[in-house]
Design a protein around this ligand. Structure first.
Ligand code: GRF
Length: 200
């Protein structure tokens, strides 16, 4: 399956997916990397020899124009799946109508708890003993799409945001690679709130 990955940050999730996809028996290959800003993620794409593109919101008249430009830039690579890995933008209606049902996101908390851009500090501040990672299909909400996989990560007494987030990212990297491979091979069935990857 052809996969386009969108990122905005350090790109460690992208890097781990590039590593997984570099093995010949991995059922998906990353055909392009898209970013919305200059960030470290593009270095991982270059290191892997994967084409990359940037569609920055501030380079467009507004959000609607950015939405259309991003959709075209991704569609040019004819993806079967789009993965948002630390992509810090809400995808627009044009993007969602073009790729809806085929967009996989990873979030560093056990949705529906702690959605949004601060899931790790929110969980820490709340005082939960268990948080974790969620891989889900993207819908028009923020971190609200049907859940594909979750795994718990214990919060340790001396955790700060960085230590907890790093431990969650370790789980996200593995979970994301597993889900992308499973969806690449078996597809996904989603109706309304629920999503299932057909069993082998
Ligand atoms: C990940 O925890 C992702 O779930 C969240 O931001 C982090 C991205 O990490 N949205 P990286 O940029 O891949 O290192």
């Amino acid at each position: 399956a052809r996969v386009v990955v969108l990122a905005s940050g350090t790109g460690t999730l992208l890097r781990s997916l590039l590593e997984a996809a570099s093995s010949s028996n991995y059922p998906a290959n990353i055909v392009a990397v898209g970013v919305d800003r200059t960030c470290a993620a593009t270095e991982h794409a270059d290191a892997a020899g994967v084409p990359r593109f940037k569609v920055a919101l501030r380079e467009h008249a507004g959000r609607a124009e950015w939405d259309v430009a991003l959709t075209k830039a991704v569609d040019r690579h004819d993806p079967d799946l789009v993965v948002t890995a630390g992509f810090m933008k809400i995808l627009g209606p044009t993007f969602l109508s073009t790729f809806g049902g085929r967009i996989i996101n990873t979030h560093p908390a056990l949705l529906p708890s702690f959605p949004g851009a601060h899931g790790v500090p929110d969980a820490l501040a709340y005082g939960v003993k268990l948080t974790g990672a969620t891989v889900h299909l993207v819908d028009s909400g923020v971190d609200t799409g049907p859940i594909l996989a979750q795994e718990g990560v214990a919060v340790l007494p001396d955790d700060d945001e960085a230590s907890l987030h790093e431990r969650i990212k370790v789980v996200e990297r593995r979970l994301l690679a597993e889900v992308v491979a499973a969806v690449a091979v078996r597809g996904v069935i989603s109706d309304g709130r629920k999503a299932e990857i057909p069993s082998e």
